[in-house]
Write a protein that binds this ligand. Structure first.
Ligand SMILES: NC(=O)c1ccc[n+]([C@@H]2O[C@H](COP(=O)([O-])OP(=O)(O)OC[C@H]3O[C@@H](n4cnc5c(N)ncnc54)[C@H](O)[C@@H]3O)[C@@H](O)[C@H]2O)c1
Length: 301
């Protein structure tokens, strides 16, 4: 009897030991969903089987952390509002998830990689906007032997794009359509004297490569960056931005041509309730990546 109980305790202990300890940077729309999924190991009653432990939360707005903690079963051990003492804190985690802002990529991802930690990046636009950052991350992760996960986020078709890139891709085109009101306040549109409220049929606001597109339409940055990184780079990835009065949601259409043939993907994104600028799909995409990390069978490229 004693031996059996002892064995059970060892088993539980080993399971606990094997848990991946996670630190989440940014407790907004995406971060909160990720934290709740790790904490409860389920989403909408569906078990995830992540076997992860939420160990650290960092957000520059402490009220965001407090709100999130109220919805968690177990409050993480380490809670912070900045990167002070990061080196010591990083010793407590195995995986750092950045879901805060472009600036947070340099602030948290680089130190985490230098400490040999695995990282996940949601603010993938940073890799397009800050020259040299992608190469720096690539070099440190190679040197330290750690993985950098970039979820598909609000787009689909990254799997086909990656497969196609092996044999050779001729073109990648992204067309983003939004209701005209979705461009309100955009400087590029204002400078061109476009009256968004007089648009009665589809109007192309921009055509160019991804690097140029993200300068004028920063809200498009993550989608453009994910596609560029997975495919043929930002200067070869073509982007078209359309104001469409018949659109009710943000629609991304991706067309890839290559040696394999042609791929066409269309995503009609529902906005996240917590942050309408963020697509609902972004958080589940990060959670699916966590599942991929913890589950031995990996379906899809
Ligand atoms: N990969 C994709 O397809 C995709 C899709 C949507 C959003 N995103 C990106 O993911 C990130 C998070 O999106 P969200 O909708 O959750 O944003 P959000 O505004 O709802 O939450 C971000 C949180 O991070 C905190 N934060 C920002 N910078 C910080 C810093 N330097 N240090 C500490 N905390 C910081 C903010 O206080 C906020 O609570 C954004 O950068 C967004 O652009 C990516």
């Amino acid at each position: 009897m004693f031996y059996k109980t002892f064995l059970l305790k060892v088993k539980v202990f080993c399971k606990e030991m094997a848990k991946i300890r996670v630190g989440v940077i940014g407790c907004g729309a995406i971060g909160s969903e990720i934290c709740r999924a790790i904490d409860s190991d389920e989403v909408n009653g569906r078990e995830l089987g992540l076997g992860m432990e939420l160990k650290l939360l960092i957000d520059k707005h402490p009220e965001g952390i407090e709100r999130l903690c109220e919805s968690l079963g177990k409050k993480p051990d380490i809670i912070k509002s900045d990167s002070s003492g990061l080196d010591e804190i990083l010793a407590e985690v195995d995986l750092v998830i950045e879901c805060a802002s472009q600036a947070a990529v340099r602030e948290f991802v680089i130190p985490a990689l230098k400490k040999g930690k695995e990282v996940m990046i949601l603010s993938v636009g940073a890799l397009l906007c800050e020259p040299g950052l992608f190469e720096e991350i690539e070099s440190i992760s190679k040197e330290k032997g750690c993985k950098v996960y970039i979820p598909s986020g609000a787009v689909a078709g990254i799997d086909g794009l990656k497969s196609g890139a092996i044999g050779g891709i001729h073109s990648v085109k992204l067309t983003t359509r939004k209701p005209p009101s979705g461009f309100e306040g955009n400087e590029y549109v204002k400078e061109r004297g476009i009256n968004l409220f007089s648009i009665k049929k589809k109007k192309t606001l921009f055509m160019g490569h991804a690097l140029e597109a993200v300068k004028h339409f920063p809200e498009n940055v993550n989608v453009a960056a994910s596609l560029s990184i997975a495919g043929i780079g930002p200067e070869a990835t073509r982007v078209k931005i359309v104001a469409d009065p018949s659109a009710t949601e943000n629609v991304h259409e991706i067309e890839v041509r290559g040696e394999f043939g042609k791929l066409f993907v269309r995503v009609e994104n529902v906005p996240s309730i917590a942050n309408p600028k963020t697509s609902y799909l972004a958080a589940p995409s990060a959670i699916a990546t966590l599942k991929r990390i913890s589950y031995p069978i990996r379906v899809g490229t």
